[in-house]
Design a protein around this ligand. Structure first.
Ligand code: ZN
Length: 206
């Protein structure tokens, strides 16, 4: 194969640019999953890594519409679930994105990560149509704790009853206002326990 063809067709790690793989295990091992601080409505919240380094950069690229990152990001989320919770008897529920965000990106970022995870392991259940946004919410970034709270007051709706243990999935946890708000309504709908797993935890989540 000519060098040019090799450059074009050989995959390269999205993180370190090493040839031969789309992302290498060494890079993935560079993020350290951790348990976030306790949130009032959540049994436990786990993060794949800090909002820093390649994980933050990859998440930003993905949220800007680069779907190449879906495999990588769902792999680190999957590893986090595997490490802390396992996959038995739980249902993933993605935090819904606004219609505007889905339109801008061309896909629903968190739901896509969950879909990718259930392809890896058929014993994982997922319910992506139950929890929904009832109205437009502002991006939580840059809001104070009080503003975050009122931004989310009554923002989530639920379509059906919920049974057993569910795991909320989101991209970033900061104060946990979004997760708490979603968990509250899931418990109201019948869920006994609500866990959460996110890609990144900001320093405030520690
Ligand atoms: Zn790499």
């Amino acid at each position: 194969m000519s060098i040019l063809k090799q450059l074009v067709f050989t995959p390269r790690c999205l993180i370190c640019s090493r040839f031969g793989v789309e992302f290498c295990p060494t890079c993935i091992k560079g993020v350290a999953p951790f348990r976030a601080k306790d949130l009032s409505e959540i049994t436990s919240c786990f993060c794949a890594g800090e909002y820093a380094g390649w994980l933050r950069d990859a998440l930003i690229c993905y949220k800007n519409g680069d779907v190449r990152y879906v495999e990588l990001l769902s792999q680190v989320l999957y590893n986090t679930l595997d490490k802390f919770l396992g996959f038995e008897n739980l249902t993933l529920i993605p935090i819904p994105s606004s219609h505007q965000k889905i339109k801008e990106r061309g896909f629903d970022s968190v739901t896509n990560l969950c879909r990718n995870m259930i392809q890896r392991n058929k014993s994982i259940a997922m319910d992506e149509t139950n929890l929904f946004l009832r109205r437009i919410v502002l991006d939580q970034v840059g809001l104070t704790a009080a503003q975050r709270h009122s931004n989310l007051e009554g923002a989530f709706g639920i379509r059906r009853t919920v049974n057993g243990t569910v795991v909320l999935v989101d991209d970033v946890v900061t104060t946990g206002a979004t997760l708490n708000s979603a968990a509250r309504i899931l418990k109201f709908a019948g869920s006994q326990r609500v866990f959460a797993v996110t890609l990144c935890g900001s320093p405030k989540s520690r």
